[in-house]
Ligand binder design. Structure first.
Ligand SMILES: [Ca+2]
Ligand SMILES: [Ca+2]
Ligand SMILES: [Ca+2]
Length: 224
């Protein structure tokens, strides 16, 4: 009987723990295929040639290191949910040239929320070599997360010189090629999702069944 009481107490603690924690779900939205892994050295022509199903502005030459700066925007669309609590965006970009002096990102924003400093930090944290594709991830701020509730997020990205030529000579401008964009965020299904059953319900049903079992055992011992 002591063991059964211990089991019942454990089940109650588990039910309370499950019931008290909100359940989270993750939403991802990706535009453009991932044609190059992080840190891949390749030619721009090879990345453009890899374009099979990528929509604009992916796998398209955008600007040039000796001509003009990369500038593009694209829009992720997904199911509108509430209770969004964390998220990030990862982009794959060819020839961002972070190795060149100063910052290479002139503007990076999500529905107008400025994330430029965070992307510049990710650029500078990479090797940033000319002629390479790197994946850069930026955590979304509370202001950016708030923009996701309507199921749409427009990203703007503009690079700036100096770029870096393949011969190691800095260039006036900074072109590049965008490989993909991956938006990912989590939300609390207790805050508006509603479709996923609360884990606490199942635990409480289990607890009720265990209680009935203990009662029957007590009754059987008294009468048996
Ligand atoms: Ca730099
Ligand atoms: Ca470049
Ligand atoms: Ca691609």
């Amino acid at each position: 009987m002591k063991n059964l009481r211990l089991l019942a107490a454990t089940a109650l603690a588990a039910a309370l723990a499950c019931g008290g924690a909100a359940q989270a779900a993750v939403v991802t939205s990706q535009l453009g295929d991932i044609d190059a892994a992080d840190g891949t050295q390749m030619t721009g022509a090879a990345l453009i040639a890899a374009n099979a199903n990528d929509p604009a502005p992916f796998n398209i030459q955008n600007g040039g290191d000796t001509a003009f700066n990369f500038s593009a925007s694209w829009t992720h669309t997904f199911a509108a949910v509430s209770g969004i609590n964390a998220g990030s965006i990862t982009i794959g970009l060819f020839d961002g040239d972070a190795v060149a002096s100063g910052d290479q990102v002139a503007n990076f924003s999500l529905d107008g929320v400025d994330l430029t400093a965070a992307l510049n930090a990710a650029f500078e944290a990479s090797a940033g070599l000319s002629g390479y594709v790197y994946h850069y991830t930026v955590a979304l701020t509370a202001a950016a997360l708030a923009m996701l509730a309507d199921g749409s997020a427009t990203i703007e990205l503009a690079l700036t010189g100096p770029g870096m030529g393949t011969t190691g000579v800095p260039t006036l401008y900074n072109g590049g090629i965008l490989d993909f964009s991956l938006l990912s965020f989590s939300y609390d299904t207790g805050g508006g999702g509603g479709a996923v059953p609360e884990p606490g319900t199942a635990s409480l049903l289990l607890l009720a069944g265990l209680g009935a079992f203990v009662t029957r055992r007590r009754s059987a011992r008294r009468h048996g």
